[in-house]
Design a protein around this ligand. Structure first.
Ligand code: 5GP
Length: 196
């Protein structure tokens, strides 16, 4: 199988709404499956407390983002209604695959669909909260956004939920341990399918 990322190994994309609990699941998944490595996106948003440059994101300015966009460094990117842009650097995928690992991408649904369309072998997994109310509760409990931005994220989440069926797998994250078992099962099955 040929691939635009230069590898026969898959690229895993975890997507879903903001507040579905993707981040927690991904951290746990990375701890369980050492063959995976998180592709660190570049973003123009402010760094939150506890976040580190190069770990959660590469935090860059609007000008730097424009430059990288102009020189074709992004595999995909998104611009959110509240202004921030985030994108997957091709160099991150190359770095991970060059080290013999399998990239794990955390993307909102539009970017995930773009990767599904352009990267052969991409495996896309949509994570959702058990209800919209629970999604809202989790987003508010995180309390990292302003009230206005939470409302915008919730509006977007409504729209994104209607796209869930477009992805290869769907996981309802009602209980994080059960959701992790499901996610790990999907990833292991796909990795075994391509193992030599
Ligand atoms: P946050 O600002 O809360 O870290 O992330 C908001 C959303 O952006 C999350 O749903 C996350 O999956 C998504 N996201 C993070 N990096 C990227 C990226 O490089 N591309 C796309 N399309 N979405 C991203």
């Amino acid at each position: 199988m040929g691939s635009s990322t230069g590898s026969d190994l898959p690229v895993f994309v975890v997507t879903g709404t903001s507040g579905a609990g993707k981040g927690t699941l991904e951290k746990a998944l990375l701890a369980q499956i050492p063959e995976l490595a998180l592709a660190v996106s570049a973003t123009t948003r402010e760094r939150r407390d506890g976040e580190e440059d190069g770990r959660e994101y590469w935090f860059i300015s609007d000008e730097e983002f424009d430059e990288k966009l102009g020189s074709g460094e992004f595999l995909e990117y998104v611009e959110f209604p509240w202004g921030q842009r985030s994108g997957t650097l091709r160099s991150e995928i190359a770095r991970i695959q060059g080290g013999g690992k399998v990239p794990l991408l955390d993307l909102e649904p539009q970017g995930a669909l773009e990767v599904k369309r352009t990267v052969p072998g991409a495996v896309t997994i949509f994570v959702e909260a058990p209800s919209f109310e629970e999604n809202e509760r989790r987003l508010r409990a995180r309390a990292t956004e302003s009230e206005g931005e939470i409302e915008e994220r919730l509006d977007l989440a409504r729209e994104q939920l209607s796209q869930a069926g477009a992805f290869d797998y769907q996981i309802v994250n009602a209980d994080v341990d059960l959701a992790l078992v499901e996610l790990e099962g999907i990833v292991r099955k796909c990795l075994e399918a391509v193992a030599p």
